[in-house]
Write a protein that binds this ligand. Structure first.
Ligand SMILES: *[C@@H]1O[C@H](CO)[C@@H](O)[C@H](O)[C@H]1NC(C)=O
Ligand SMILES: *[C@@H]1O[C@H](CO)[C@@H](O)[C@H](O)[C@H]1NC(C)=O
Length: 336
């Protein structure tokens, strides 16, 4: 019965996604990474609104400083990164295990520290200026089977929420992982005031994106392989219990809160095409309220084709998107 209900909900969402209620993203500008780099998976803005800062395929973090100069190098996550070996690595590479692969990014809004979820090096902190890099959690396991993915920083407390997508598969085994039924992922919390890292929720099916509410009362975590968003309460009578926040018609990647306490979820829906006789991916952005109401759906198919989007972010009234495959971050608008 439950399965039947899920099928109905999923089918409804699929129809919803493909109907007129979803609008098409209108491209404004592409922010190109230095060639041949790819994969600005996540975007972050610093205390003065500078950026976006993005990670890239060769392990470096870049800061966008404007139309003329574009992206400039800001930091890297690997401790002894060999520039000769690493600089210019495009796309997926086994070398990322030594060069680093920054995924989720977020600034501490008080200190200006940039926190990075590096797929291989775990939780990493970059002090303002980009020079002083501290490995906080997971560095001792750089070669173990770890895959750190999403990240968000509580704007008030500075507590960092991040996801370990899997402990059985590494980032380089991504293709195998997404075809698996892995449930070894977890949502973790790092408190800079105590320097302690704790697990908030385990047994997750490839937890990808994470976002904390602006008042710190709950955190959302997406399960890529389970097509759903879970909510973990952090305060109040239900503190530390979790509930289903929203089932989705596709795999959720990053989740980003905007200044109006709404969340943009990057959802990649896989549909079987009767015409092409194969699976086709539809990258979309879904905006939801704290009360689980779907406010807006934007298709990014014109921007990414059938490649995946990894993040949609509404920063200071401008919409941005990122992708693991593209060589650029995108600024777009919608008709709504
Ligand atoms: C936000 O946008 C406004 C108007 O577009 C601009 O004046 C302001 O400088 C921006 N703020 C930041 C922090 O980027
Ligand atoms: C670098 O950061 C670490 C951890 O935050 C701190 O203990 C250390 O003093 C910093 N080093 C420098 C040179 O600023």
């Amino acid at each position: 019965m439950l399965n039947m209900a899920m099928v109905v909900i999923t089918a409804t969402l699929v129809i919803f996604l493909m109907c007129s209620s979803s609008s098409e993203a209108i491209l404004q500008k592409r922010l190109q990474l230095p060639s041949p780099l790819t994969g600005p998976e996540s975007l972050a803005f610093d205390l003065t609104g500078g950026g976006p800062y993005v990670g890239s395929s060769d392990g470096r973090i870049f800061k966008y400083i404007g139309q003329d100069e574009g992206f400039i190098e800001y930091a890297s996550t690997s401790r002894n990164r060999d520039k000769t070996l690493c600089d210019g690595l495009a796309d997926f590479s086994e070398l990322q295990a030594t060069c680093g692969r920054p995924l989720g990014l977020g600034f501490n809004q008080q200190t200006g520290d940039l926190y990075v979820a590096d797929a291989y090096f775990g939780l990493v902190k970059v002090a303002p200026g980009g020079e002083n890099v501290t490995h906080i959690f997971g560095s001792e396991n750089a070669y173990a089977t770890r895959f750190t993915d999403g990240l968000d920083v509580d704007p008030e407390t500075g507590i960092v929420y991040f996801t370990e997508a899997s402990t059985n598969f590494r980032f380089k085994d991504f293709e195998t992982l997404i075809d698996s039924e892995d449930k070894s992922g977890s949502l973790l919390k790092y408190d800079p005031s105590t320097d302690q890292t704790t697990v908030l929720l385990g047994n997750l099916a490839m937890p990808s994106g994470v976002a904390v509410s602006s008042d710190g009362s709950f955190v959302l975590v997406g399960e890529y392989l389970a097509n759903r968003i879970q909510r973990v309460w952090l305060k109040g009578p239900n503190a530390f219990s979790s509930e289903l926040f929203m089932p989705l018609a596709g795999s959720p990647n990053n989740i980003k809160r905007n200044s109006r306490d709404q969340f943009w979820i990057s959802v990649n829906g896989i549909f079987r095409s009767p015409i092409f006789q194969r699976n086709i991916n539809f990258p979309t952005g879904v905006k939801v309220s704290e009360n689980r109401i779907i406010l807006q759906i934007v298709s990014l198919i014109s921007e990414y084709g059938t490649e995946s989007a990894s993040e949609i972010q509404d920063y200071n009234g401008t919409l941005y998107s990122g992708s693991l495959q593209a060589s650029y971050a995108t600024i777009f608008t919608t008709l709504l």
